[in-house]
Design a protein. Sequence first.
Length: 479
Amino acid sequence: MLVFLWWAWAGLSALVNIFHELWFEDIVVVDKYQSQITDKLQEKWIKVVIWDGAYDFQKDDIIFYSDAVVNSQDFQKVQDNIKFTYFQFLWEISKRFQTIAIAGTHGKTSTTAMILTVAKNIWFENLWLWIVGGFVPDLKNNNFYVNQNKKEDIKKIFEKLLTAKWDRPVKLFKEMSFIVEADEFNKHFLLLDPSISLITKVDHDHKDVYPTLEDYLATFKEFINKTKKEVFTNDEEFTKNIWKIDKKIKYVWINPNIKFKYMFWEHMEKNASLVVKLFKILGFEEQKIIKILNNFKWIWRRQEFLWVIDNWKLKIENWNKELNTNYPLSIINSQLNKISIYTDYAHHPTEIKATVDAFKQNFPEEEIIWVFQPHQLFRFVSYEKDFISSLNKFDKIYIYDIYSVREDKLIKQLIKEKNLDVKNNQEAIQQIWTQIAQKLNWKYIDNFNKLINSIEAENWIVVIMTAWDLDYEIRNYLK
């Protein structure tokens, strides 16, 4: 049995889909939460177990897992099974494929999605596999690709990877391309064997792994040195920092011919310029590449428009149902009390600033509510001033129940520093965020129904920013 163990991870779900596409039948996905990711897998009749902390691993299970689960008691009991972290398995794939890697603090997923959209439309025959950290509308809302003409050969390679013998089908070695995001967290991207690397905007992140900016840049430098052929970036400041020690990396200027039909922010035009450069190197015509990019329809959870809630119509419908009345909907002006809902994955101050600027630029007359579900307490504490500076540009701010993992030590420290009277970590987090919100004139909400009640009577644009489960909750609510 192939057992995939994670917490709502799009990248690992792409790997599940690839195995499923290659006719591997004994697959089970074990997750702590139901999400849009697990829903999509279940639609394909892939078995999903929502994990409550206990799972009965069998001795012949082959286990793929994420960093988030390594401390679970059941997982630590596993001794002799073949095990791969997600990134270890990417390493094994990368060693056998010509790898195109997309790195950077911000914009990896959207840039990867653009590359894949172009590759599919210009028929890049050498593309055999890809993995992206989000669902791409232009690619039938998938986050993976398997070349249908090469499935038998790819399966041979995967079968070899799952055995103790790491031999390879020699005739297939490095004959095909693999496109993948390169995640710098815990230096994971250093496991890849890239032929070409693209690096988007770089900002100091993951202070728990990289205490200083110098540590962070040094790891990117190592990644650049691992790249066999070409390295490009659209980050001018990063280029200058790296050039001080190595001129291997090349800067790509923004292409003035890129005029997105469905998007409106400059950093995406910069990322698209990297994509144009890549395919020109691969031998494709610039105008054909740009034509495809200009019609790119965006990606899941990246400034994605979800729906408009017309509150007064909903209220009248509810009144009619509850009171057994029949007030006509026509008595309400349809332009009043509409909430436009957007969702976004941003969880770093630079990403938030870019999102704020984009919305303010394109909706200058609108008031905007920002609903933020922080992605780890440590990140907020580390960049508190930057977060506050970015967030306070919105008209109204709600902080929603935080996603926190691998932070027990930090929470215990904050409980002691703030002298909190709490029973558990969740209570501590609630008290910490309540204090932060009160101090900054924000509002902390730890319950979804309270959140909906707080915004439902407004006439706003609502931007949901979360790297966790709030996106799934709002989608289900809109259904």
